[in-house]
Write a protein that binds this ligand. Structure first.
Ligand code: XMP
Length: 536
């Protein structure tokens, strides 16, 4: 395995991602672990290399963060990236200077000498035969003097020491960021480090991971009972399938139906987990409670809060019953399982790094384990979304379930503008099901993919306004829906999808004809920003 020490850069998780993509297992830990921790971590002989991440701090100004000295005496290769390079230089006797103008953006790096890390990796070659790399740089400080034993590996015009290497000890460092996609050869460079220089075999595959994860869950849980909140989303579904594989009937899933789910969604979840996987699932129909709490409330954040609070209440009541040993959980539950995935861990600063910036904390059931006195089981904590999906498929979950578009926790509650009413939710569910069905039916000839797979998220929004229409000989005065479909890689920015007119035509025709009560369909052509993906 590879150890990535996190100095707090926002892109540390991308390093882990690139390493995993090379089928090498890696873990991210905070940079302030102790020397003893490092030696213990390496004591089973599995540690094959260390990567020191970037940081937004400066070696001189606002941090005294260093890599634990033991990193440099373990005898394994070390790669420093950006701040990681500076601290390596600083700690091994070189010189780093601050106070420079911040360099941010693309740069052309000239590879010097033939180091094992960069040899034959280049975007283009100069007339004098030097390999050139197009890279992404973001730094203020720079290394101005090589530490003893190091040679120059790369340079740019404004940063004469942009890479250095001590090939004897297999220490390498680059000032640029190989983990971001802007650095075209970045993937090749990281692969070269982990596979070539560290000599790790690229054999980390999902199959092995299932066996390991199952073993770990059994060891953690023993013969105790576990409760899991199943939402039907990808993460909780995969977590449920994995834990069920490990401990069978010791797992009880609680599925809270808040009445704001998509058409037939509750039945599909029950059919999959109770029917096909034979897992214990308790379906709590709480739709009346949710709808009555939402009556008269139209402000989006107020609706979100009510739904979130009610969810916690309902789940807590159910969990308390299970903890007390009711519903066949004869020993009384001791564990609460959650489908937390690696990006959640990093985003909420939960990798216990003091440095990682908290961007959002977004768990519906955050804080619940303490309140309930349950131990927390998070078997997906080390996995990225695409790995979770791969795992789901390997566990036998259907492709449609594992590759579903994301669905917000508050469900249709934020897709019915203003006050939520059952009548609106019923109309919206039927219209939305038609839209999704046609997205799956329409295949793009160029890619052979359905428009469902070509969009990142697609749904229907209910607008509680009435407009006039004509149907047969009669006048109608009915509601309006908006179709929304976006393409995005991170959901932070998004483009509206250029769906084929034929698809839009089919969907609008079907909704107006089949869903009495809706007589007008519109298509949302707003990008994010400035619009958001959801309407509320
Ligand atoms: P926006 O509307 O902010 O959405 O552009 C970005 C992504 O987040 C989802 N979303 C939510 N997910 N609870 C959730 O669990 C929420 O309150 C919530 N609001 C938005 C949205 O579906 C999209 O994928």
């Amino acid at each position: 395995k590879i150890l990535i020490l996190d100095f707090g850069s926002q892109v540390t998780q991308l390093i882990a991602r690139r390493v995993r993509e090379a089928h090498v297992y890696c873990e991210v830990h905070p940079c302030d672990v102790t020397d003893d921790w490092i030696r213990e971590y390496a004591s089973d002989g599995q540690l094959k290399g260390v990567i020191l991440s970037g940081s937004h701090a400066s070696v001189y100004e606002d941090t005294t963060d260093k890599a634990p000295a033991a990193v440099f005496t373990l005898g394994v290769p070390v790669l420093g990236i950006c701040y990681g390079m500076q601290t390596m230089a600083h700690q091994l006797g070189g010189k780093v200077e601050g106070g420079h103008k911040r360099e941010f953006g693309f740069a052309a790096v000239r590879a010097r000498g033939h180091t094992a890390l960069l040899k034959d990796i280049a975007d283009f070659t100069t007339d004098d035969g030097a390999g050139m790399l197009n890279v992404w740089m973001s730094h203020g400080d720079k290394v101005t003097e090589l530490p003893p034993g190091f040679k120059l590996m790369a340079s740019t015009e404004s940063c004469p020491i942009a890479g250095m290497a001590d090939e004897e000890r297999k220490f390498y460092a680059v000032q640029f960021h190989p983990e971001v996609t802007h650095t075209q050869q970045g993937r090749a460079i990281l692969e070269r480090f982990v596979l070539g220089i560290c000599g790790v075999k690229p054999d980390w595959v999902m199959r092995d991971h299932i066996a390991e994860a199952v073993e770990l869950i059994r060891k953690q849980v023993g013969d105790e009972e576990v409760i899991l909140g199943l939402s039907g989303g990808v993460d909780s579904s995969v977590a449920a399938a994995l834990i069920h594989r490990a401990i069978g009937d010791q797992l009880t899933c609680v599925f809270v139906d808040h009445g704001l789910l998509r058409l037939n969604e509750g039945d599909m979840v029950m059919d999959m987990f109770a029917g096909k996987l034979h897992a214990k699932v308790i379906r709590v129909d709480a739709s009346d409670a949710f709808l009555s709490k939402l009556a008269g409330v139209s402000e989006p954040e107020a609706k979100r809060k009510i739904i979130g609070r009610e969810f916690v209440e309902v789940f807590k009541a159910e969990a308390a019953r299970l903890k007390a040993g009711l519903d066949g959980a004869h020993k009384g539950a001791k564990w609460l399982a959650q489908g937390t995935i690696y990006p959640d861990v990093i985003e909420s600063g939960g990798a216990k790094s003091k440095k990682a910036v908290t961007i959002k904390s977004h768990h519906n059931v955050g804080g619940l384990p303490e309140q309930l006195g349950l131990k927390l089981l998070e078997p997906l904590r080390d996995l990225f979304k695409d790995e979770v999906r791969e795992l789901g498929v390997a566990l036998g979950l259907p492709h449609e379930m594992v590759y579903r578009h994301p669905f917000p926790g508050p469900g249709l509650g934020v897709r019915i503008l203003g006050e939520v009413k059952k009548e609106y939710a019923d109309l919206l569910r039927r219209a939305d099901a038609i839209f999704i069905e046609e997205l799956r039916n329409f295949i793009d000839p160029a890619s052979g993919k359905s428009w469902y797979d070509l969009t990142s998220q697609a749904f229907t929004v209910f607008l509680p306004v009435k407009s006039v229409g004509v149907m047969g000989d009669g006048r109608t005065y009915d509601y309006v829906v908006a179709l929304r479909a976006v393409q995005t890689s991170d959901f932070m920015t998004a483009d509206w999808a250029e769906l084929p007119y034929a698809l839009l035509k089919k969907v609008s025709g079907r909704i107006i004809n089949e869903v009495r009560g809706i007589n007008r369909v519109t298509y949302d052509v707003s990008s994010k920003p400035p619009a958001t993906i959801e309407w509320e």
